[in-house]
Write a new protein. Sequence first.
Length: 237
Amino acid sequence: MSSNRRPPVIRTLIVLSLAALATACASIDDSSSKKLAKHDDPPITPTEQFSIKVSSAPDQILLAPHASGVSDAQADALAALVNRWRDSGADSITIMAPAGGEGEAYHATAAIEATLEELGVSPDRIKLGGYNPGPRVGAPIAVGFKSYKAEGPQCGRDWRDFTSSRNNDVNPNFGCATTANIAAMIANPADLLSPRQMDPADANRRENVLGKYRQGQITSAAKDPQANGAVSDAVQQ
């Protein structure tokens, strides 16, 4: 009759080996993280030695709940918020209502949502949420969106002699002004983090083009006579 039980010495060696392996793995992970944090990858080109820092912050307004709906001042504040939301290119607007606000908060939230739709915000781009106000009485309703800010590099801090070019290296400030200008001019800094979602394809246009392709016809649009390069008769005279 065979036994699967290992001798005490073998079990002790296995435990010690696993403990040493776990310690080694932890030390490797720690050293790797420190090494990666200390030594970043060098820029591919000299113009990439400067980067744009993109930070996010909520752009929101706090509205006191009214059982009668949205006041004139609150409607103006919501209109200004929607204008900033359109300019920022954010995805959605979020309405955060205090939990346990009973009927007054419910009616105020519904009125705010209806006002946003009247201002042109699509219902599928309005998100509803809640938060715990704690012991606070008459907690406000927060309406806002996530906005992004682009911060460019500070140029002109390190200048060197332009005539010193024996190593054929670029000046330390090379590319800084271009990067700073991009950070100042970009309309939606969120585009630097990830590309925007593509709009759905035009099924009717696609079917029309494919139909002409199957029939061997020209699939391009008709030529616009105003886009030709003919010289005017007045110039020729």
